[in-house]
Design a protein around this ligand. Structure first.
Ligand code: NAP
Ligand code: ZN
Length: 351
């Protein structure tokens, strides 16, 4: 079985370090991919550090990475959708049962037997799956996406998680012309939410804790920016939003955003903080507000999102790093100091 260089966390408090892993021999349905770039998602930090232990405990060594762009180097005999040399993507999912009601509805992310790209039981090799902080990966062709050739691969990598995670709820909740849409937290997910909200024709308001991001938010496509620490500025938007997407990774006050919803307005959480957040129910009763969540997106919708990005020329704003900088990158993300996604140039792993 082919060996591959990777970067792994050996425990919740240890920095990521070089590791050699095995990738399976290709089966009939498999595609082998040389990884060019892998985006760095905050979920990588949550899981490398076992912060989601009550939901998904981390098995070590943990090789994170689910924003993968690469070139196909080998295909199994039954593969029909991809060929050697294609530019392809892999997101948060690498398999499902293909047969449950969720899979039949193209919602593989809700399949009870879905397999996440890393830190999930590996049906082929035993142990757990290993993600994109690696030189190569082998994936069932049904979970491999076509990447439009006009998109810069480094900037396209984050579309595979940050992109679909913000696109999917915006489509579900009808974001478009005439809608007032909020995006909370201008990080990797948030900045994609701004780009999609703008591209879909909505009036986009960014809520940020970082005064240094105000100009960027406007450049990214926001119509207005509010410092969430400014109570008076927050108050001026009370009762006016159709939809708010919350992409914050840490504890914060949800009630401050529920208050901003108009009649039948919805607040969708995509951010996944470690600890539960208190919600005042009266804030939901008045105005028939709803609070919901959203998890990445299905494979068909991920392809739709990539094609939309190809048409509109949308990619993430990335800072390209070498894999050797990954621990520093995690610390910078925790300080909200990234504009707006790190994308690892995976050629660096052979340095
Ligand atoms: P990120 O790049 O680190 O961005 C998070 C942003 O949240 C920061 O840039 C900051 O924005 C804001 N923030 C951070 N700490 C805060 C605090 N204490 N109070 C208020 N705001 C704070 O993270 P990401 O990769 O976008 O991921 C965001 C969250 O989404 C993570 O929890 C991640 O696990 C989750 N996620 C969920 C899904 C899903 O399917 N639902 C998919 C991927 C990721 P400002 O500087 O603008 O305030
Ligand atoms: Zn992610």
């Amino acid at each position: 079985m082919p060996k591959a260089r990777a970067y792994a966390a050996a425990g919740a408090t240890t920095p990521l370090a070089p590791e050699t892993i095995l990738r399976r021999d290709t089966t009939d349905r498999d595609v082998r991919i040389d990884i060019l770039f892998c985006g760095v998602c905050h979920s990588d930090i949550h899981q490398a550090r076992n912060e989601w232990s009550t939901m998904i405990a981390t098995t070590y060594p943990c090789v994170p990475g689910h924003e993968i762009i690469g070139r196909v180097t080998e295909v199994g005999s039954g593969v029909t959708q991809h060929k050697v040399g294609d530019l392809v993507g892999v997101g948060c999912l690498v398999d499902s049962d293909h047969d449950c009601p969720s899979c039949r509805a193209d919602l593989e992310q809700f399949c009870p037997n879905s397999v996440f790209t890393y830190n999930a039981p590996d049906r082929h090799l035993g142990g757990v799956t290993y993600g994109g902080y690696s030189e190569q990966i082998v994936v069932d062709e049904r979970f491999v996406l076509r990447v439009p050739g006009n998109l810069d691969p480094a900037g396209a990598a984050p579309l595979l998680c940050a992109g679909i995670t913000t696109y999917s709820p915006m489509r579900h909740w009808g974001v478009g012309p005439g809608k007032k849409v909020g995006v909370v937290g201008l990080g990797g997910l948030g900045h994609m939410g701004v780009k999609f909200g703008d591209a879909l024709g909505a009036h986009v308001v960014v809520f940020t804790t970082s005064s240094a991001k105000v100009e960027d938010a406007l450049r990214l496509g926001a119509d207005e920016v509010v410092l969430s620490t400014d109570a008076a500025a927050m108050g001026r938007h009370a009762g006016t939003f159709d939809f708010i997407l919350d992409a914050v990774s840490a504890e914060h006050d949800l009630n401050a955003y529920i208050r901003l919803l108009g009649l039948d307005g919805n607040l969708t959480m995509v951010g996944a903080p470690e600890k539960p957040l208190p919600v005042g129910i009266f804030g939901l009763l008045f105005g028939r507000h709803s609070l919901s969540g959203s998890l990445i997106g299905g494979i068909a919708e991920t392809q739709e999102m990539l094609d939309f990005c190809g048409e509109k020329g949308i990619t993430a704003d990335v800072e390209v790093i070498a894999i050797q900088q990954i621990n520093e990158a995690y610390e910078r993300m925790l300080r909200s100091d990234v504009k707006y996604r790190f994308s690892i140039d995976m050629a660096s792993i052979r340095a």
